[in-house]
Design a protein around this ligand. Structure first.
Ligand SMILES: C[S@@+](CC[C@H](N)C(=O)[O-])C[C@H]1O[C@@H](n2cnc3c(N)ncnc32)[C@H](O)[C@@H]1O
Length: 300
């Protein structure tokens, strides 16, 4: 199989919490390169996959990778937050498990043209859905300084965000902020970066914050999870993997609300009191997994 350079995170834990050996439909809301989906299909001949992604290139790659199982796979180019508005896409009464593996894949990160990586020279794009108009460049060029600072603080959990925003405002007037490398160099100046072992490059957080803003990654995630849980039949397993504390908090709170019965009958049993983290062995072979947190619940 062609290696597309993305290792699915928390594979065994995901399959175990999904109880993915049951026959039926598994809805993979973020199919990416189909890593988790492929494993479900290979291990369980009674499994069918409905896979969603809002990135066309990823969806094409997933289609290629899952081609050997194509009669058990349906793929849709869609933002998963909209899937409940199209009732016909998913045969809900056959659904046994739903996976939401948030963020981006290495396939996206490693393509310089997409502009997700501060280590690769490319345009300041960062869109998952390339039909969308807002790019990272547009945000950097048009947001007022205060708003930029807020984005970096909220989504990047960075300090000195006002200085960072000011520098961006100065550079953009001069037309000197066009590529990922321009932004990386600017960040290195603001944070007086000196490479050090085991220290995260400040551009990692700046790029993360911009990516979250470009793709509005946290928007309506909680509403989606709450609608999804109510839609699924009893016994459905929900598994959500997040890579950012704000994301994880939204998942945790949504699960808690649905399990508490604050608004009517409880609809979920939480299966993970604490989030499941990758083992040191997994982090060793896949450094991207280090911030992953998995939460799982079962529809009552
Ligand atoms: C971490 S990757 C998933 C990797 C996948 N589980 C695998 O094993 O290959 C996340 C994927 O979700 C997609 N994605 C993120 N947010 C999305 C959204 N709101 N709707 C649809 N797809 C989304 C991204 O484009 C990316 O391909």
């Amino acid at each position: 199989m062609k290696d597309l350079g993305h290792r699915p995170v928390l594979m065994e834990e995901t399959l175990a919490y999904l109880q993915a050996s049951r026959a039926g439909v598994y809805l993979d809301c973020t199919i990416g390169l189909g890593g988790h989906a492929l494993e479900i299909l290979m291990r369980n001949p009674g499994a069918r996959i409905i896979g969603l992604d809002r990135d066309e290139l990823s969806l094409q790659a997933a289609a290629g990778r899952l081609a050997g199982y194509k009669d058990r796979v349906k793929l849709f180019l869609i933002d998963f937050r909209e899937v409940l508005d199209f009732q016909d896409l998913v045969p809900w009464d056959e659904v046994r498990g739903v996976l939401v593996d948030l963020g981006i894949s290495s396939f996206q990160l490693d393509n310089p043209e997409r502009g997700f990586s501060f280590n690769l020279e490319g345009p300041l794009d960062m869109r998952m859905d390339t039909r969308q108009k807002t790019t990272a460049e547009k945000i950097l060029m048009t947001y007022p300084e205060a708003r930029l600072a807020e984005v970096f603080k909220k989504y990047g959990e960075l300090h000195h965000t006002r200085q960072l925003a000011r520098k961006i405002a100065t550079r953009r007037k001069l037309g000197l902020l066009k590529t990922t490398t321009d932004l990386k160099k600017l960040v290195e100046e603001v944070y007086r970066w000196v490479p050090q072992k085991n220290r995260l490059h400040p551009a990692a957080r700046v790029f993360q914050a911009l990516r979250i803003e470009v793709n509005q990654e946290l928007k309506d995630l909680d509403t989606f999870l709450e609608r999804l849980a109510r839609q699924c039949p009893p016994g459905t397993r929900l598994v959500v993997i997040s890579f950012h504390s704000l994301e994880d908090r939204l998942v945790k709170k949504s699960f808690q609300r649905l399990a508490s019965g604050q608004e009517g009958q409880p609809v979920l049993n939480i299966l993970t009191r604490k989030p499941v983290r990758p083992s040191p062995e997994e982090i060793e072979v896949n450094s991207r997994s280090h911030s992953a947190k998995l939460r799982a619940a079962e529809r009552i």
